[in-house]
Design a protein around this ligand. Structure first.
Ligand SMILES: *Cc1c(COP(=O)(O)O)cnc(C)c1O
Length: 434
C-alpha cells in the first residue's frame, strides 16, 4: 500500500519510506492510500485467531508482500508484541484493556517496539541514529525497544532533574547502544534542540537520523491490533451489546488507531476521546472553534498536550468515511475528577487506576449505567509508575514489578549538557560521526 502526505497529496511513498521519513514535505503526516473494508465473515474469522496471527493479518493490509514476506513480518510482530495483553473485567459490562504489561509498563511499548523491529528489518547496514526528546514515558519505551538492536544508536534528551527518579532509572541505566542526555533546561528546550538538529544541514548530512516520535505511521498501525484483541476477549454474553471505547488522549495516536480499526470493519459502536484539562479537542468538538491554550501540567502528565499532532489524521478518517465529527464524543476531566474516580473505583470495584486510566474511566461514567452497552476503558500505564500518588490517596502500597526494581539498583549513565545547540552538535559529531 502507498501512503500520501496530508499536507502535500502528490507525495506518495510506500511503507518502508514513510517509516524512515516520519514526516513528509510541509511537515505533513503520512496516511494510508486506501483503507480496506473487511466483511463480517472475515472479521469473525479474524477474531478467532490468536493475537500474533491476527496482528500479522491486520498489519499486512498496510504493507506489500514485495516489501516484506508474511513470515518475516510475523517474526517482527512476535518479537515486538512479546508481553501479555489483557481485557480485565471489573464489572459485568465494564472492562479495562490493560495495555501496560510491556517492558516499560505503558501502552507506548506496542507502537515503539513494532517500529524498532520493522526499522531493523528494513535497514540495510546503515548506521541509524534515533534522536528523541522525552518528558518521561516515550524515552523509556524507545530505549527498551531499540536496546541492543544492531546498527541503530539511540540518543534521548530529557530535562535535567525534571522527571521522576523512577522514570529516569527506567531508561538511563541501560547503556550499550542507548545514550541519554540530561539537558539543563526544560522539556521545551529538549524539543527545540531536536528540531535544530533535524534542520542542521551539516548534521543531517553526516548522520542518518530518525525521530521515532508518535507521528510515525508504523506506531499507529501497530496500535490497531489491540482494539481487535479487546473484541476477541469480550465475554460471549456481552458481545451483542453496543461496544464503547474510552481513549485517554494526548497526541491522539491511540484514538487514530481505534478509528482505523472501526473503518476497516471492527464493529465499534462509539469512541469517547477523554482528555485532561488540556482540552483543545473537547472545546473544538463542542463549540466548533480551534483555540489551543497554553499547556497546563496535570496528574495525567503524558496527556499534557494542547496541539495534538495526530489530529489531521482523525479529520482525514472522518472525511473519508463521510462520518460527521459530532459522532465523536469527547470529554475533559479535571485533576479533582481524576482523583475522585480513582478513589470511587477502588472502593466500589477494588481496582486501582493510575491517573491516565482514571481519566478514561471517568469519561465513561454516564455510559456504564446503560444496560445495552459494553464499556472498555483503555489502561495506558501501570499503577506502579504512580506509586506515590496512589499511596497518598488510597493508602495502598503497590508492589513494584521486577523491571522497576532491577533498574533502581543500577547506575544512571546519563551525560549532562547545557541547553545550547552548539554543545549538542559537538557531542553528536564527536560520538557518532564515523
Ligand atoms: C502517551 C500516553 C497517552 C496519550 O496517548 P496519545 O496516543 O498521545 O493520545 C495516554 N496515557 C499514557 C500513559 C501515555 O503515555
Amino acid at each position: 500500500m502507498k501512503f500520501y502526505n496530508l499536507n502535500y497529496r502528490k507525495e506518495n511513498i510506500n511503507f518502508n519510506q514513510a517509516l524512515k521519513k516520519g514526516l513528509g514535505k510541509n511537515q505533513g503526516l503520512f496516511f494510508p492510500m486506501n483503507l480496506p473494508k473487511l466483511n463480517n465473515k472475515i472479521i469473525k474469522d479474524l477474531l478467532n485467531l490468536n493475537f500474533i496471527d491476527r496482528s500479522n493479518y491486520i498489519i499486512s493490509l498496510f504493507l506489500d508482500e514485495k516489501e516484506i514476506l508474511s513470515n518475516d513480518l510475523k517474526l517482527q510482530i512476535t518479537k515486538a508484541f512479546n508481553f501479555p495483553l489483557l481485557l480485565n473485567l471489573i464489572d459485568k459490562n465494564i472492562a479495562c484493556l490493560e495495555l501496560f504489561h510491556g517492558p516499560t509498563l505503558a501502552f507506548k511499548d506496542f507502537g515503539v517496539r513494532f517500529m524498532a523491529q520493522i526499522l531493523n528489518f528494513f535497514n540495510r547496514k546503515k548506521k541509524i541514529i534515533i534522536l528523541t526528546a522525552t518528558s518521561g514515558d516515550t524515552g523509556a519505551a524507545v530505549a527498551h525497544a531499540f536496546y541492543k538492536i544492531k546498527n541503530i544508536k539511540v540518543v534521548i534528551l530529557y530535562p535535567y532533574k525534571k522527571i521522576s527518579i523512577l522514570q529516569e532509572k527506567l531508561f538511563c541505566t541501560l547503556g550499550n547502544n542507548i545514550n541519554t542526555i540530561a539537558i539543563k533546561g526544560n522539556f521545551d528546550d529538549c524539543q527545540r534542540l531536536i528540531k535544530q538538529v533535524f534542520q542542521d544541514k551539516e548534521l543531517t548530512k553526516l548522520l542518518y537520523l530518525n525521530s521515532a516520535n508518535s507521528i510515525n505511521i508504523s506506531r499507529v498501525i501497530a496500535q490497531i491490533c489491540y482494539y481487535f484483541e479487546a473484541f476477541a476477549q469480550i465475554p460471549l454474553n456481552q458481545k451483542e451489546k453496543k461496544i464503547i471505547f474510552s481513549v485517554p488522549s494526548g497526541n491522539f495516536g491511540n484514538l487514530t488507531a481505534g478509528l482505523i480499526a472501526k473503518t476497516i470493519g471492527l464493529p465499534i459502536y462509539k469512541f469517547i476521546a477523554a482528555t485532561n484539562i488540556n482540552d483543545t479537542i473537547p472545546r473544538y468538538l463542542n463549540k466548533g472553534y480551534w483555540q489551543p491554550k497554553k499547556t497546563i501540567s496535570t496528574l495525567s502528565n503524558a496527556m499534557d498536550v494542547s496541539i495534538p499532532n495526530n489530529w489531521p489524521r482523525i479529520i482525514e478518517i472522518f472525511n473519508k468515511n463521510n462520518w460527521n465529527l459530532n459522532k465523536l464524543e469527547s470529554c475533559s476531566i479535571t485533576d479533582e475528577q481524576t482523583t475522585r474516580t480513582t478513589i470511587n473505583v477502588f472502593n466500589k470495584y477494588k481496582y486501582i487506576l493510575e491517573p491516565h486510566t482514571a481519566v478514561s474511566f471517568c469519561a465513561l461514567e454516564k455510559q456504564i449505567l446503560k444496560k445495552d452497552t459494553f464499556n472498555v476503558f483503555l489502561g495506558t500505564a501501570h499503577p506502579a509508575k504512580f506509586q506515590n500518588y496512589i499511596y497518598k490517596i488510597l493508602h495502598k502500597k503497590i508492589i513494584l514489578p521486577k523491571i522497576l526494581i532491577n533498574c533502581i539498583k543500577k547506575k544512571n549513565l546519563s551525560y549532562i549538557l547545557s541547553n545550547n545547540f552548539s554543545d549538542l552538535k559537538n557531542f553528536l559529531i564527536k560520538n557518532y560521526v564515523i
